[in-house]
Design a protein. Structure first.
Length: 153
């Protein structure tokens, strides 16, 4: 068993609170010392109560899934003797009503692009197989109910 923690810190300061006009900006603090500025999404809570430049929970979920998937993919490619110089993924999470009528991230589209070097190059089927394995092993994918769609070029 492993445990992961993050400390979330929001402070009211001198803002009014009960008028619902308070800032949603806050911080995520991680055990390695990293502090990430966070906020609600401006799509959920309008500016200026949200901080558009900060990471919002929905973006973080998409990034966590894409990152986890990538890390497993890199591992599988390495074990098969492929050399990857770059991996890029413009992932997109879609928020809509789920089967219970609640707003949720219902779909996450991963759009990975890898750049390989060396003599050994995977074909499309090999890439699909490694992405399938990465999805099956990804801890985040195994933790969510959103449909994950992997779109290869």
């Amino acid at each position: 068993m492993h445990q992961y923690q993050a400390e979330i810190l929001w402070q009211r300061g001198n803002q009014a609170f009960t008028d619902n006009q308070y800032s949603r900006a806050h911080q995520w603090q991680f055990d390695g010392g990293l502090v990430v500025p966070a906020s609600s999404s401006p799509l959920s809570v309008p500016l200026p109560m949200s901080a558009a430049g900060n990471v919002d929970p929905e973006e973080a979920l998409v990034a966590a899934l894409a990152s986890c998937h990538m890390l497993f993919y890199l591992s599988f490619a390495c074990k098969r003797g492929y050399v990857i110089d770059e991996y890029k993924d413009l992932s997109v999470g879609v928020m809509s009503k789920n089967a219970k009528g609640k707003m949720a991230i219902t779909h996450i589209h991963l759009r990975p692009k890898e750049i390989y070097t060396g003599e050994k190059q995977p074909g499309r089927q090999e890439r699909e197989d490694m992405h399938h394995l990465a999805h099956e092993q990804c801890y985040i994918a195994n933790s969510i109910i959103a449909e994950v769609i992997i779109e290869l070029e």
